[in-house]
Design a protein around this ligand. Structure first.
Ligand SMILES: Cc1ncc(COP(=O)(O)O)c(C=O)c1O
Length: 425
């Protein structure tokens, strides 16, 4: 047994650790974590990354296809703007919803790209889109409220809803629909307790892109049900095949039930900056900003200056990066099509391949978590098990192609060999 194996198993199991009251562990009265904190399922990609890094410290060479992060460094003009801001002494608190100039730049970009006039007052700047999701859910979800969310999907939705006492209702995304969240599927799940419908297009992990009719249909369902649509648009410019991104805000004339969440991490390659924003209907602006005030007071000042530069002068860099993702996507499609026993729906956006490995795991009598751990431990390729993205993600593994062509090709070829060995083809 390798010396790292024990560590590895512990780290993965930590994701599914049973709360102490289910474990029968006796703790002193009150010296225990709140249930709501234990109910959270974190992003497993960070745990897989930690495991992979641990193997690297032991001298192993790992190809990283697990983490959803651009391999590009943030464009130079954006970095320089933030450095200038620091040098100029821009080191103070800003208003909770962010600098006026940044909020206005976000409103301008929304008008420009989505054709929707939004007042800057409806814009609140956050620490990444993750905080935007959390604050949005904090502002609307009450005990017992049902919230529909895409499954497989970004895990923060399900955990966030549960954290606030709501009931997460998974909308199953199906391969036969190219993993799009269809209005038909949503319609079957909406009830008089539905408080919100979360959508994410382009989608993590499937790369699905909702059509105009999908988005419009979901907005109509939400309006009829008196529910919000929370739209996570962090991949909105990373889209291929000439497809267009649609936002529910385009079909919500009075801006009354749409909440748009967006961030700078993915398309501007600014993951480490932690910058995002949320656009809310007027009646939610104040409660949401109170939540932000409670958690963070305001986003970092010089980081916001970088954000202004990104919005004003970042689009050509975005275009260049998206061209590279598009070329890498072709490599993923080509390599996966050559593999035995697996297949993949063509990703239409974002930078993930969601590979159906059901035949491999059925033959080997394992699950996607075990498959991912074998790929990492034995073959040195880090991928994310599909079940990390929700119950309907089981049977898949996610790879990120925000990586060099060489790493993508090598990683996928090693996976191909591994699948043959594991499944006994
Ligand atoms: C769909 C989706 N939403 C939100 C986020 C969070 O991004 P950030 O907080 O870096 O803006 C991610 C990150 O992977 C994501 O995939």
């Amino acid at each position: 047994m390798y010396p790292y194996r024990i560590f590895f198993l512990i780290r993965l199991e930590k994701v599914e650790i049973a709360p102490p009251w289910e474990d029968g562990v006796k703790l002193k009265p009150r010296l225990n974590a709140a249930r709501r904190a234990l109910n959270i399922q974190g992003e497993s990609s960070f745990i897989v990354l930690g495991n992979a890094k641990m193997l690297e410290t032991q001298g192993r060479r790992i190809i990283h296809l697990e983490i959803g992060e651009p391999d590009f460094v943030t464009p130079a003009n954006i970095r320089e703007a933030a450095i200038r801001a620091l040098k100029d002494g821009n080191t103070h608190y800003t208003p909770t919803p962010g600098m006026l100039e940044l909020r206005k730049a976000i409103a301008d970009k929304t008008a420009n790209d989505l054709g929707v006039e939004v007042c800057f007052e409806n814009v609140s700047v956050t620490l990444g889109s993750k905080e935007a999701i959390f604050a949005a859910l904090a502002s609307i979800v009450e005990e017992g409220d049902e919230v529909l969310y895409p499954n497989p999907g970004y895990p923060a939705y399900e955990s966030g809803v549960r954290f606030f006492g709501g009931k997460p209702v998974p909308v199953r995304l199906r391969e036969e629909d190219e993993f799009r969240m269809t209005p038909e599927e949503v319609n079957q799940l909406v009830s008089d307790r539905t408080k919100a419908i979360i959508i994410n297009s382009p989608e993590n992990p499937t790369g699905a892109v909702l059509s105009k009719d999908d988005v419009k249909g979901i907005v109509e369902i939400a309006k009829d049900a008196g529910a919000y649509v929370v739209s996570d648009e962090v991949y909105r410019y990373i889209i291929y095949d000439g497809l267009k991104h649609y936002s529910p805000i385009q079909f919500d004339e009075n801006l009354e039930n749409t909440i748009v969440v967006d961030g700078f991490s993915k398309y501007y390659a600014m993951t480490g900056w932690r910058l995002g924003y949320v656009i809310t209907p007027k009646h939610l602006t104040e409660p949401l900003q109170l939540v932000l005030n409670l958690i963070t007071a305001c986003p970092s000042s010089f980081i916001q200056v970088g954000g202004i530069e990104a919005l004003r002068n970042g689009s050509s860099a975005v275009k260049r990066m998206v061209e590279q993702y598009a070329a890498r996507r072709e490599i993923v499609i080509e390599e996966v099509s050559k593999m035995n026993g697996v297949h993949m729906v063509r990703p239409r956006g974002a930078f993930y391949g969601f590979i159906n490995v059901k035949e491999i795991i059925n033959r080997a009598n394992i699950n996607s978590l075990k498959l991912a751990s074998i790929l990492l431990e034995k073959y040195g390729v880090a991928v994310l098990h599909g079940s990390a993205m929700g119950s309907f993600g089981e049977g898949y593994v996610r790879i990120s192609y925000a990586n060099s062509v060489e790493n993508i090709r090598n990683g996928l070829r090693i996976m191909s060999k591994a699948f043959n060995e594991i499944a006994g083809f």
